[in-house]
Design a protein around this ligand. Sequence first.
Ligand SMILES: O=C(O)CCC(=O)C(=O)O
Ligand SMILES: [Fe+2]
Length: 450
Amino acid sequence: MEHLSNFISSLQHKVETLRVYIDSIENGHLVSKADRIHYVSNPLNSIRLVRRTREDWPKVIAYIRNQESVKVPNEEMHKLVNRTPNAEDMQEALFGMDRIEHFYDLKSSDMAKGLVAAQQLQTPMTSPDCLALADYMYKRSEFRRAAQWYRLALSTITEPHNSMFGELYVPQREELRKMFIISRLQEGSVGNLSDYLRELSQDPTLPLIHLKATPAPTAVELGCRGKFPPGPQLVCRYNSTATPFMRYAPLKEEEISRNPLIWLYHDVIYDSEIAQLTNLTRDEMTQGTTENDNHEVEVNRLFHVQVTEDDGGKLDKALVNRMADISGLDVGNTTSLARINYGLGGYFPEHSDYKDLKLHPELLEEGDRLFTFLFYMSDVPVGGATIFPEAKIAIQPRKGSALFWYNLHNDGEPNLLTRHAVCPTIVGSRWVLVKSMLNYEQMFRKPCYK
Ligand SMILES: O=C(O)CCC(=O)C(=O)O
Ligand SMILES: [Fe+2]
């Protein structure tokens, strides 16, 4: 924008210079031949005209041609293009918007007005934004939702200011109408065409009829929509006995659940540590992948992750020692911490942190993951809860807090209630630090809870 705006200013300056020049010589229009002859028969006009054509005109032409006077920002803009969001980023953003709408069961017409999950975000969507989402949903065979977005693109279309701007402006009314009807026909039948045409002219805030059965919401989706019943009233306490140090700085401990065992600790990571840990660019992170039920790896543009290696730096060691202090457990010799960032619509599907040795005999020697520590490194104003769908628990991230839970029962069997997911982030950049610890490392430490 800065380059383009500088370019426009210098272009404007050139235009103004030329305008001043032409205004200074304007003599009205000498339309007829007689008028022109009369004009040059005046010697003062004549000499001025001759001088102007001989002296001024070459300079004006040189000025018009001179590239220096208008710095065309080609090169700078080209350099920037390499750093601007690429096609993958665009896909990721579309995936994210799709998830936000779907997970929170939002009305597309509210989103288009900038009303997202009861938050007025002051940013209505433009027609090209709606069209990008419509095309994306169409490609994913989400035809009803695509039709809704095509209709919104149509209703938010603004008339181009001039013909050149029209060429830059993409949505074309006819195309949008056509795509709306095609989307409806994908799920409906030609016999009902007149219904679809009626829908097209309706108020775009009216929902479209479902022409295809929609699956019932999953437990994760319900949790993300805030539909879990309120949790049990458990206790909060200052723990000043876990380590001698805690006599000076008691730990703020909050019980979240007894089965599975989950605690939330407050103010356990400093802002300065967070600043250091989150000082990462996307280039230094990799796309998060998940395994589906068939143990196939899926890349769904969910989040970005960086795992530090086993001999992490001073800060990693300090954090791992803190986890040991908080939990009273043996966190082993490895640091290996994962830092995860969730952007627009960033999401972690339901999974378990335990592996289940019965399904993974190759892990028998290493053992299963007994517990997980999850440090929240940012507040998430809207969305982004950690959800335990089986246990019906949702935890909203709070910067500086840490969640700690046991994935296994005392006998080492997986606790199925610890399956968890992360709701799509709506507002904010969600950062967490995660570490899971192995069972066998605890053999001399793990207290018996039952
Ligand atoms: O980000 C979260 O809240 C959870 C992350 C998580 O489940 C994991 O890394 O295994
Ligand atoms: Fe997890």
